[in-house]
Design a protein around this ligand. Sequence first.
Ligand SMILES: Nc1ncnc2c1ncn2[C@@H]1O[C@H](COP(=O)(O)OP(=O)(O)OP(=O)(O)O)[C@@H](O)[C@H]1O
Ligand SMILES: [Mg+2]
Length: 243
Amino acid sequence: MIRRISSKWAKTIALQRDKQVSGFLPATAKMTGGTLKRMLNRYGMVYVKPVHGSYGNGVMRVEKGRDGYRYQAGRKVARYASFEALYDALRKETRKKAYLVQRGIHLLKHRGNRFDLRVMTQYSPKKRWETTGIIGRAAAKGKIVTNYHNGGTVHSAEALLKPHIRDVDAKLKSLGRLGVHTGRALRKSFPGISEIGLDIAMDKTLKPWILEVNTSPDPYIFLKHPNRAVFRKIRRYQKFYGR
Ligand SMILES: Nc1ncnc2c1ncn2[C@@H]1O[C@H](COP(=O)(O)OP(=O)(O)OP(=O)(O)O)[C@@H](O)[C@H]1O
Ligand SMILES: [Mg+2]
């Protein structure tokens, strides 16, 4: 069975229930004026994104500073003196669509560009969750999302992490385990799923954060993986489950 869960909110709720995973989820709420204001006061920087979105479309970064508020969409930045003015403007961007507000993570950078990691975890033919690949994505200059459709570029995770981490291998292994825990947790709520792609942000303390979990992850990004066996295995597992 192939199953794709589109609601980022439904997936968040399912993962918040799991003790092995919940500590890696940035605080997330359905966006209202109240939740946005509260989370800006608490975290200073948040991301807002459509509940049903993809390719980084509609994702915005909102900040509260000493002299007011600002938000960024694409490369466009707008500033406001009051929360009310900010929220009015945001509502025009989001129209009537449902949005989430999520604690913003200050991503590590590669040559000045933000990057995150994509962890591919699949239900194997032996019926066990297995992390089959990890790869990195860097945002285009000045952009707030790393998605390929927004000019992002693909890099090996090792190359991105090396300047920041002493034991890259150990870090990748622990991300692999996080993928497995996430697969198990999600399958409890959504029994049909057989693969997930985790968007992992790393902050400067090197703590990983799960920004979102895709249930029909793109395998082709792994064509850029330095080890060709990685892509082959990903496709083999996908075909086993009819993808
Ligand atoms: N809380 C956050 N803090 C920092 N960066 C974030 C946060 N949420 C999202 N981002 C950035 O925006 C990108 C897009 O966000 P997200 O993955 O949630 O939506 P999407 O890409 O539109 O969905 P999909 O991956 O299904 O296409 C992330 O890959 C990441 O680079
Ligand atoms: Mg994503």
